[in-house]
Design a protein around this ligand. Structure first.
Ligand code: A2R
Length: 314
């Protein structure tokens, strides 16, 4: 095919899906290069597309002077400089909706495991404590507990649906009330945290939400409460979280995301109970990652064929 676009792959994604791009494009894998600067200088100018996961600063856009399209593998694009892309006439596309169920499933896994202390209980057996000390501590209910969802968007709504099945009492906070829904709305995040036993975050990252879950909010969730973060690491003040977990102001936390992945704050790694850490895997099932990849494939087809993009964010 004559008019195959050249794609600079900055960060790789689900391989079976990424490999499909080679049917309709010529891919250049920057992340594999020993000398990234030389690689970029050689291949950047012929590329009209960058493929990435949540990250594309203006400097990278400038290294690809004929850039028309950024394929962002993931629904969150807080690491992509959207104003810079828009200013340069570059379209950014993401992979919304197809991951809603998967991320919601993971949120529920963390809620259930965090609330019932499944991982601590597993360690209790393996350490021999069951035989030495007797039965494991009593924990708190999932059913009939009050949950506050921070961000009742596409994924948040799926989480709410699952919580309903678990007979939980559901509330939410975001900037806009959704009058079409029956869930209790809180105008104030801190008020919701005060009233709830579980708080789950599923909002975008970026400046407007940075450390929105601060020490006051964490304290408000309380000593018997659970914080679950499947949004972005930046939305929680993780140092405050570590302090609150250590001195018992917060009962427990379950985190799938961190501010500088794959690094995890030392202060969290030091904590060996009431804290579940997972490596940003909420959407990482074979089927969902394939679906996400195929959305990027379809957007690339649209660029090649001159048809409208499927999932533009700018
Ligand atoms: O605030 P609203 O009414 O725009 O509601 C959105 C809410 N949200 C916020 N809530 C409180 N304070 C904020 N500063 C704030 N900014 C946004 O988050 C909306 O209901 C929700 C996001 O929903 P969607 O745009 O449908 O996103 P989706 O697909 O559910 O994904 C959420 C995030 C991604 O951006 C990734 O960072 C993560 O989940 O995987």
């Amino acid at each position: 095919m004559q008019n195959k676009p050249h794609v600079l792959i900055y960060a790789p994604w689900y391989e079976p899906a990424m490999d499909r791009l080679d049917e309709i494009a010529i891919t250049h894998h920057l992340y594999k290069a020993n000398n990234k600067e030389d690689f970029l200088a050689e291949h950047g100018p012929k590329c009209s597309v960058i493929g990435t996961m949540h990250y594309c600063p203006a400097a990278l856009m400038d290294a690809v002077p004929n850039l028309k399209l950024i394929l962002n593998f993931g629904v969150g694009y807080d690491g992509v400089d959207i104003p810079a892309a828009t200013k340069r006439g570059i379209t950014v596309v993401n992979t919304p909706d197809v991951l809603n169920d998967c991320v919601a499933d993971m949120a529920l896994s963390l809620i259930l495991a965090g609330r019932r202390k499944v991982l601590d209980a597993d360690r209790y057996i393996r350490s021999g404590d069951w035989e030495k000390k007797g039965n494991f501590e009593y924990v708190h209910n999932v059913h009939s507990s009050k949950i506050g969802i921070l961000g009742l968007g596409r994924i948040g709504l799926e989480i709410a649906d699952r919580c309903k099945a678990f007979k939980m009492d559901i509330a939410y906070h975001q900037r806009t009330k959704r009058s079409e829904l029956n869930f209790k709305y809180y105008e104030s995040l801190i008020d919701m945290a005060e009233d709830c036993e579980i708080l789950v975050a599923i909002i975008p990252g970026g400046e407007t939400t940075e450390k929105i879950i601060d020490e006051r909010v964490i304290e408000a969730i309380g000593p018997t409460g659970l914080l679950v973060n499947v949004a972005r690491g930046t939305v929680v003040d993780n140092e405050a979280l570590a302090r609150c977990l250590k001195d018992g102001r917060l009962g427990g936390a379950a985190l799938d995301v961190f501010p500088n992945e794959p690094a995890v704050p030392e202060s969290l790694l030091e904590i060996d109970a009431n804290l579940i850490l997972t490596p940003h895997m909420a959407s990482a099932t074979h089927l969902t990652r394939m679906k996400m990849g195929m959305i990027l494939y379809d957007n690339l087809m649209a660029l090649r064929d001159g048809t409208p993009f499927k999932t533009p964010v700018n």
